[in-house]
Design a protein around this ligand. Sequence first.
Ligand SMILES: Cc1cc2nc3c(=O)[nH]c(=O)nc-3n(C[C@H](O)[C@H](O)[C@H](O)COP(=O)(O)O)c2cc1C
Length: 379
Amino acid sequence: MTTLDTLPNTAPQTGSLPPAADQALPQVKPLYIGNVKVDPPILQAPMAGFTNFAYRQIVRQFGGSGLLATEMVSARSFVWLAEHEAESPERLWGVKEEARPLAVQMWDNDPDTLARVGERLANEYQVSVVDLNFGCPVKDLTEKAHSGSYLLKFPDRVGAIIERVVKACAPTPVTAKIRLGCSHASINACEIARVVEAAGAAALTVHGRVASDFFRGSADWEKISEIKQHLKHIPLIGNGDLDSAAKVVEAFRRYHVDGVMIARASLGRPWLFAQCAAALRGDPIPPEPTLDEQRDWMLRHYELVCERFGEERGTLLMRKFACNYAQGKAGARHFRGAVGNVNTRFEFLAVVANHFPKQDNPQLFQPHDAAEPCEETCG
Ligand SMILES: Cc1cc2nc3c(=O)[nH]c(=O)nc-3n(C[C@H](O)[C@H](O)[C@H](O)COP(=O)(O)O)c2cc1C
């Protein structure tokens, strides 16, 4: 299996100059999802519980991502809320007002329910792209709701869903996000890719793991690359383990994807997209912001969360977002321990002032500071 970690690293590093002529950059063009131009072809991945309006605002301010996405929305809950004249799903916070392009992702297994919600997303919310989740491996979605990656076992069902949703959303493009298969014994991404395109989807994103892996092991980019020959017209977007500009350049150079999608690595480093975009252009890669600047971005993130949810709930929500900003830095564990107990704005600001990693206070880097998502996470 070829993963991005096993490749010789010939691509540019943070802060470095563009590569020499003999390591010419791949020719990367904007990609089109229907008539939506994704430029640069670097997509921000949907991440449940994280990629809300506040996070997306921060990503937009840095730039570098050609298409942003919401967290996945349950189509069934959306319909239920509408029938009970309740508010729209919380995960659609900010979507109507937000800049475009923006994709909203939804999940279910019922073509009619998905078509109903897709139609509202396209017409009432005027989103740029409607994305369908066929990749989530979490048991609540697969075993209980027979949705997400569970549907990869049923290519006909995947096709039926896409056909209905495409009709309901037209002319808004509909895309699909999948894993390689449900398990190593049942990898069927090439077959699913053909079904997805034949049913009228406008792009396919593939996370290069199988569902039973959750996040274990490495994404298999060779397998992602094989899918390309099964698509006639629509773009292939590769996803999995991209955490540096160098790896993004390698993904385009070696695996001939039309676009890449980045998830976990961008959570505490929303400037990563801008670094990747610069590398693809052949420009010098912007350096990591200083720790003080990173802290200030985190505080901006906090204000956006509080504006929406109020101070009490906003502070509780911010606990996990704040941990992402500290991840991988000296002292991150200590900060995590402290911020995990804050309940008020005063406490949050005090913990940030006293414990957010500082340049002049280096402690030993703990490799386990780099947290792994648990099996309850989606995707
Ligand atoms: C916390 C978390 C939440 C996620 N939520 C979603 C989601 O709502 N929809 C989805 O398609 N994938 C979801 N994913 C999967 C990511 O979009 C992505 O496919 C996966 O993390 C691999 O990319 P990466 O290696 O860049 O993180 C989630 C992943 C994480 C870590």
